[in-house]
Design a protein around this ligand. Sequence first.
Ligand code: G3P
Length: 219
Amino acid sequence: MKFFVDTANLAQIKEATELGILDGCTTNPTLMAKEGIVGEKNVWDHYKKICEIVDGDVSAEVISTDYKGIIEEGKKLAKLHKNIVVKVPMIREGVKAIKYFSDNGIKTNCTLVFSPGQAILAAKAGATYLSPFVGRLDDINIDGIGLIHQIRHIYDNYQFKTQILAASVRNALHIVRCAEAGADVVTCPLNSIVSLFAHPLTDKGLEQFLVDHAKANKK
Ligand code: G3P
C-alpha cells in the first residue's frame, strides 16, 4: 500500500517525507486556497515546490470543466515536473480527457468519485488513479469503506490497472479499513498518518524498558 499526504502545506509535506514512508502527495483547489496560494502562476509555482520535496506522484487538479480546456490545462500541468499527475473531475468531459491523457502518456487521477459505476468509467478511460471519497460518503451516512471494497472487487474481476487511491480519509481507523479493503493508495492529512503511531501499550512498554535499563545500569 502506498501513502500519499493530502495537503498543499509545504512544512507538513516535508515532515511527511521525513517519516520515511511517503510515496506521493495529493492537492485540490480547496487545499491550495487554504494555504493562501492564489493566481495561476503562484499555484503552478507551488506545485513545482511540492514536486521538489516529494519523490513520487503529485496530483495537480485542473480547474477547467470542458474537454478542450481540461486537455490544454492538463498538458501545461504535466510539463511543470515529471512527478505531476493531472487530477480530473468525474464528469463526462473529464472522462473523455482522461482517455486522451492515457493515450498520450500523461498520468491522471480521476477525482470526486462516489459510486462503483463512476469507478468503472474511469478505469475504462485508462485513469492511472481513482479517488473515491470515503469520508464524504460517511458524512451522508453511506458506507465509504464499502465503496472501496466494491471497487476492489470490480477492478479485480477485470484486471483493471487503475489504482484505487482512497481519498477523504480522515483518521487512523479509515486508513486501516482502506488497507483491509485493498486500496492501492491512501491519501490523508499528516495528522492521520501520525496517529497510526499511537498505542498506550507502546508508551507504557517503552517507559518500563527505560526504567529497567536505568536501574540495571546504575553505578
Ligand atoms: O483530496 C480530496 C479529499 O481527500 C478531500 O478530503 O476531508 O475534504 O473530504 P475531505
